[in-house]
Design a protein around this ligand. Structure first.
Ligand code: ADP
Ligand code: MG
Length: 476
């Protein structure tokens, strides 16, 4: 059977996803694209330098092995950083910093939609502060509010509308959600709207920019200059906090966060997980984060997906009046593409590209073909450590507090070990992280528990069945 490169890539992605798990896949590989394939080399690209270096350091071999399942002769992965320049009929999906040449709001075309000239001064001011590029399409106007994001939207609006000197209502505002559920959209909307007030400065930074730009600039200056720089910022917005890694960077972040909050400035943060699940975070920062307003955005409901599609088509039609997608087709896409907003955007971009290139109307058949690979099988549910603790405690008739306590009586020790074991096999959390969540235990304790249960399960059928039963309950 002959298959296209893209079809092979799809299978490779599937393999990779299965191997590394959904969390890691979505953090590192969701935006990896196939650029081409030749005899010995597969050419892939990612939107930022940071992703590139991370993937090269940690996953290059894994990716190559997954590719060899399709092309046994492959020897090399060539990983490039995509630029924001439109390379093909299907435009890149997301503007990210570092890799992109600075955009100044006057360079017009992006994704077929003109950057509004009125945004130019905002962009210039924002870039002067060292901010990450802003995408002119990601504003409150284009953000569709639904049940899953009402609270996050209201909080973001509140932050954006506040004036200098207003009392800060919640600080920091911490928004978390899975990939493609609108975090970046909301954060950039805050940056656009906030900067319209001439007396306020809103700085939007991706965590990577925070590390490579802001922090290094601050490091080269004195403590006084540091305070000066911060004094000029009213709202600091940091996207994708989960990428903030490394002790000294986190120390710097912690310092910045504390200075800003103490000075009554607003901090807004987005991440793909709640504060408790960000690994290796300084305890003080964690409690500071948890002490603000923590809001989760849920999955996009079908109704919301449909509205997003409708607004995307309307936006595209401003520049391509001939582009039309009938309501039944939109309804079909909304029903089928369920996982995230990026895929919805991708679906419309493909239809738009097709319609522009061929001049043909968009038919249901075309839509079905174009979105085939965006339809994902439903993924196994993510299991949370608290849930494991709750269910295990109930099963063994002890309390969750017992599991976290230092008590060492047999009736608590075994359930605790079972819970740690399940946390290891059902979540992607590291041993130290699991230890922390079990009352601040050492990772060697967790490792011991995992080994212990593994051994027991091998010899004790009833325990093995018990654990299978618990797993089933947790994964339902
Ligand atoms: P995240 O940062 O959470 O991964 P993004 O903010 O990049 O997600 O959103 C992915 C895509 O989905 C973007 O094109 C965004 O505009 C769109 N999107 C997500 N939620 C909404 C929404 N509520 N209204 C309009 N567009 C949305
Ligand atoms: Mg994002």
């Amino acid at each position: 059977m002959i298959t296209t490169d893209q079809e092979q890539w799809l299978r490779v992605r599937g393999r990779l996803r299965a191997e590394v798990g959904e969390d890691i896949f979505s953090s590192w590989f969701a935006r990896m694209e196939l650029d081409g394939l030749d005899e010995e080399t597969v050419h892939l690209s990612v939107p930022t330098r940071f992703l590139k270096s991370w993937i090269q350091a940690h996953y290059a071999e894994r990716v190559l092995v997954c590719w060899r399942g399709e092309q046994p002769n492959l020897r090399r992965i060539d990983l490039a950083v995509r630029s924001a320049v439109i390379r093909s009929a299907v435009p890149p999906k997301c503007v990210e910093p570092a890799a992109t040449p600075p955009r100044n709001g006057r360079d017009t075309k992006f994704d077929g939609i003109e950057t509004r000239p009125a945004t130019a001064p905002i962009v210039a001011a924002h870039e002067a502060l060292g901010g990450s590029p802003l995408d002119a399409r990601l504003t409150f106007d284009s953000f569709v509010v639904g049940r899953s994001n009402t609270l996050a939207h209201a909080a973001a609006k509140q932050v954006a509308d506040a004036r200098r000197g207003d009392a800060v209502m919640f600080n920091p505002l911490y928004i978390h959600a899975g990939v493609g559920l609108g975090k970046t959209h909301l954060l950039q909307a805050i940056a656009w709207a906030g900067n319209r007030h001439s007396d306020r400065k809103v700085l939007y930074l991706t965590a990577e920019r925070f590390v490579y730009g802001f922090v290094s600039a601050l490091r080269s200056q004195t403590a006084i200059a540091f305070k000066e720089a911060l004094r000029g910022i009213d709202v600091l917005v940091i996207d994708d906090l989960q990428f903030l890694q490394g002790k000294s960077t986190q120390a710097e972040f912690s310092h910045t966060l504390n200075s800003l909050i103490d000075a009554g400035r607003q901090v807004v943060i987005a991440a793909d997980r709640p504060p408790a699940d960000i690994e290796n975070l300084d305890e003080r920062v964690r409690s500071r984060l948890a002490g603000g307003l923590v809001v989760e955005m849920g999955m996009l409901a079908e109704e919301l997906r449909l509205q997003i599609l409708v607004s995307r088509v309307a936006a595209a039609r401003q520049h391509h009046p001939g582009f039309e997608v009938s309501p039944p087709i939109l309804a079909h896409i909304a029903r089928s593409v369920t996982q995230n907003g990026r895929d919805l955007e991708g679906a419309i971009n493909r239809l738009l590209a097709h319609s522009k290139l061929t001049g043909q109307p968009v038919t249901m058949e075309l839509a079905e073909r174009e979105i085939r690979d965006l339809i994902r099988p439903t993924e196994p549910r993510r299991v949370k450590i608290e849930e494991i603790q709750r269910i295990v405690a109930r099963h063994y008739n002890v309390s969750r507090g017992d599991l976290l306590s230092s008590r060492r009586t047999a009736n608590v020790v075994r359930p605790r070990q079972v819970a740690m074991y399940l946390a290891k096999v059902l979540t992607l959390r590291s041993l130290p992280e699991i230890g922390r969540r079990f009352g601040g235990r050492d990772h060697t304790t967790v490792l011991h528990a995992v080994r212990k249960i593994e051994n027991l399960v091998g010899n004790d059928n009833s325990l093995a069945e018990e654990i299978e039963g618990l797993k089933r309950q947790l994964q339902e």
